[in-house]
Design a protein around this ligand. Structure first.
Ligand code: AHM
Ligand code: MG
Length: 347
């Protein structure tokens, strides 16, 4: 019997499951366990608002710009505040960092600091909110690197390989929390009637036969030749796979989640249209890395087109990175074709 089968039909809350996983590590102090509980609570609080997102009180934007120069929607601000406030005083974190805040977020002086670092995108895909399209939260947890004082930028700028846990919350037709602490990927669905996340997808693994490719094909005229060649390869039957169908929501967590369940590849390559984003659009620290950690745990792979996302040493908090993520065989083909085309162009 596989681990996944042993959970079939059992009613297990996220709290109990996290605790059971902790018990297989006798040395664990429970700090990480409690941090995950806090994130599950944040998920419920944010979900309670996203499910009411069509209502007048929260429609419209807060009228501010975030550090990426984008308009902050009210729900973004709410999600940011919720995650911060649930984690600022627990003594579990040394420092936090978020897409919505320019610099690292210190723990207020009046609270003690702890051994972990939390990076997050509080509400990704915010341009979809007003259209009632799925949105998500992405998070990653590191152990702090600095040994004294309060946390610093150095604690945040760690390669994804050093993540101890990562996950996302998908606010869709139902709310799901999916996370990994390095022992497989586990998915929980929120039962709104009882306010509990129940284990629905234990030990998620990518299906061997992929179904979908996901990319904003509207930018195709601006792609490099390698990305053009790669997309053509995905579309056609090849010895390795059938031709894939296109699915693109434009909401990273939802696109990632669908491909995790069905098999496939999501990519957001560098394009040449927007000089502001020569390295793609997505951010390494709190978008690409947590999802790369999850995909490797599910048997897949994530690359920037040349190397594993998890091996990149971040230089800046908000740096962008091209992202190819999904079934290993599909992502490795992207690396191969991008490399081949670069070599042709250089010759
Ligand atoms: P955001 O962090 O500002 O919400 O933007 C990230 C989103 C992702 O969810 C999604 O994958 C991508 O932007 C879609 O971009 P595009 O509209 O260019 O396809
Ligand atoms: Mg984002």
């Amino acid at each position: 019997m596989t681990d996944a089968q042993s959970y079939m039909g059992k009613l297990i809350t996220i709290d109990r499951y996290i605790l059971e996983q902790q018990q297989s590590h006798p040395e664990a102090t429970g700090t990480l366990t409690n941090l995950l509980y806090d994130l599950a609570l944040a998920a419920k609080i944010i979900a309670s608002k996203t499910t009411r997102a069509g209502l007048a009180e929260i429609l419209g934007s807060a009228g501010e710009e975030n550090v990426q120069g984008e308009e902050v929607q009210k729900l973004d601000a709410f999600a940011q505040r919720t995650i911060f406030r649930l984690n600022d005083h627990t003594g579990r974190l040394a420092v936090m960092a978020s897409e919505e805040v320019e610099d690292v977020i210190p723990i207020p002086e009046r609270f003690s600091v702890g051994p972990y670092v939390l990076v997050f995108d509080p509400l990704d895909g915010s341009s979809n909110i007003d259209m009632n399209v799925s949105i998500g939260t992405v998070f990653g947890i590191y152990r702090r690197k600095t040994t004294t004082g309060r946390g610093a930028l150095e604690d945040v700028l760690q390669p994804g390989r050093a993540l101890v846990a990562a996950g996302y919350i998908l606010y869709g037709a139902s709310t799901m929390m999916v996370y990994s602490t390095g022992q497989g990927v586990h998915g929980f669905t929120l039962d709104p009637a009882i306010g509990e996340f129940l284990l629905s997808h234990p030990h998620l693994m990518l299906p061997a036969k992929p179904k979908y490719y996901s990319v904003n094909q509207g930018y195709q005229p601006y792609w490099a030749p390698g990305v053009q060649a790669y997309t053509a390869w995905l579309q056609h039957d090849t010895p390795e796979k059938p031709g894939l169908s296109l699915r693109y929501i434009g909401s990273l967590v939802a696109d990632f989640h669908r491909n995790l369940l069905a098999g496939g590849v999501f990519y957001y390559p560098a394009d040449h249209k927007d000089p502001q984003k020569p390295g793609g659009k997505l951010r390494l620290v709190y978008e690409a890395n947590p999802l790369a950690f999850l995909i490797e745990q599910a048997g897949g792979y994530a690359s920037d087109g040349a190397r594993a996302i998890l091996d990149i040493q971040p230089e800046q908090l908000h740096q962008r990175v091209p992202l190819f993520i999904g079934n290993r065989i599909l992502v490795e083909q992207a690396e191969m074709l991008l490399h081949q085309q670069d070599a042709t162009v250089a010759a």
